[in-house]
Ligand binder design. Structure first.
Ligand code: NIG
Ligand code: FE
Length: 410
């Protein structure tokens, strides 16, 4: 058995029993922190915590690793509820095209973007895809990510979508952290179906979904609901079929335009609506009457130069907000959630506490892991981050670009 005692912790963050499953509105400013604390872990499970003067006798000394966290903070690892971490190749050429003035949407319309990634993925073997993605997962964990959702969506054919999902299944089996799989066959229309949307949607519904169900390859279903991609009505058709195959909706919506996708996704029981760089009044109303988590992806806004989502407006309307990386080779080649934390504070005017709630408790909700992740409580098996010596918790988003992680306990 592995036993670890972390002592002299300057601040043990997001700690306590019976913490809420979601923090919304003004509650997002709340963040329980125990100062001068200890934390006891056995085989990765929290078995005790408290103020330093109460730690004696919490665990016997045999085989006990003692970690002195003097000057350091301990926090639950982040949950990344939205990534595209399985992909074949990076896309620096599009990055340079944008520097020369093209927009993300213009690059996609001339055959770049998602279709560019799909061409590259078709050529790569399942083993190579797996090896590359595994390296990415290890880097994500090293910077404090303790649970990850990964989407398909760079296959866009029956074989290639199944190949991606099988890679995600292997990643689930290989890694100690929890990984959730999302089927995103409806990420873009393949060139050969540009004029035949019905043909591709039939392929998704009649060929892909039954096989995905048979092999148990996905937890969630996603659709990119956007102009030039999938209409609200097309999204509805695909989400209903996904639900019939046991998958819960979680969608890309409102990245460039508002089309009514938010309320439709909520009506269909979406666990989260992600992107939301554009927001209409009716979207906020729909969210207010739901248990759906709005997820913002500031790394994407930053990288492709589109507006940052108006998290302030949602929080000030009493709503919860979650944050995720959107890690992918086109719109967001960043997986570091400390960077997302900084962007949320600097560009979206979220306080450090609000943004940390958005990356832990609310993010765990958006990935279906409220029971086990996002907080430090007795019995919790969530990975845990030990920071380097830092002056305060706000230093973490403040010192943007600095690596403040000392160790991640799995
Ligand atoms: O969430 N917007 C849709 N999908 C991804 C980007 C995909 C890509 O450019 O490869 C996103 O930003
Ligand atoms: Fe995405």
């Amino acid at each position: 058995m592995s036993k670890i005692l972390i002592k002299n912790i300057k601040g043990l963050v997001q700690v306590g029993e019976e913490l809420p499953m979601v923090r919304k509105g003004k509650e997002m400013r709340e963040l329980p922190i125990l100062e001068n604390a200890f934390l006891a872990l056995e085989d990765g499970e929290v078995v005790g915590y408290g103020p330093m003067n109460e730690w004696e006798g919490i665990s016997d000394w045999r085989d006990l690793e003692i970690v002195d966290a003097d000057g350091c903070f301990v926090l639950p690892a982040f949950c990344d509820s939205h990534t595209h971490a399985v992909f074949a190749k990076t896309r620096e050429e599009e990055f340079v095209d944008r520097i020369h003035g093209l927009t993300y949407e213009e690059i996609a319309l001339k055959g770049g973007g998602i279709l560019n990634s799909a061409r590259k993925l078709t050529e790569m073997s399942e083993d190579d895809l797996f090896e590359q993605a595994q390296k990415r997962i290890e880097k994500m964990i090293a910077c404090g990510t303790g649970a990850i959702e990964i989407k398909s969506g760079y296959g866009l054919s029956v074989d290639a979508e199944l190949k991606m999902l099988r890679v995600i299944k292997r990643l689930k089996e290989k890694n100690k952290i929890v990984i959730k799989a999302t089927f995103l066959g409806a990420h873009a229309f393949p060139v050969e179906y540009k004029q035949n949307h019905k043909g591709y949607i039939d392929l998704i519904i009649n060929e892909m979904l039954p096989q995905i169900k048979n092999e148990g390859l996905a937890d969630y279903i996603d659709v990119f609901c956007e102009r030039n991609y999938f209409s609200v009505q097309e999204m509805e058709q695909i989400l209903i079929a996904g639900k019939n195959h046991g998958l819960i909706p979680k969608v890309h919506v409102n990245q460039f335009s508002t089309m009514g996708g938010v309320s439709k996704a909520i009506e269909l029981g979406a666990l989260s609506v992600d992107h939301l760089e554009e927001l209409a009044d009716e979207d906020i109303e729909a969210l207010q009457n739901s248990s759906c988590m709005p997820v913002f992806l500031p790394g994407c806004s930053h990288f492709i130069g589109i507006p940052f989502g108006d998290a302030r407006r949602l929080i000030d309307s009493g709503l919860p907000v979650a944050l995720a990386s959107d890690y992918n080779p086109g719109s967001t080649p960043n997986y570091n959630l400390f960077a997302v934390w900084s962007l949320a504070c600097i560009k979206m005017k979220m306080t450090p506490e609000e943004a940390l709630n958005a990356l832990t408790i609310n993010a765990a909700y958006a990935i279906g892991l409220s029971e086990t992740h996002g907080t430090i409580c007795l019995g919790s098996k969530s990975p845990i981050i030990l920071t380097k010596e830092i002056p305060s918790l706000a230093y973490l988003p403040y010192s943007f670009g600095e690596d403040n992680v000392q160790r991640v306990f799995l």
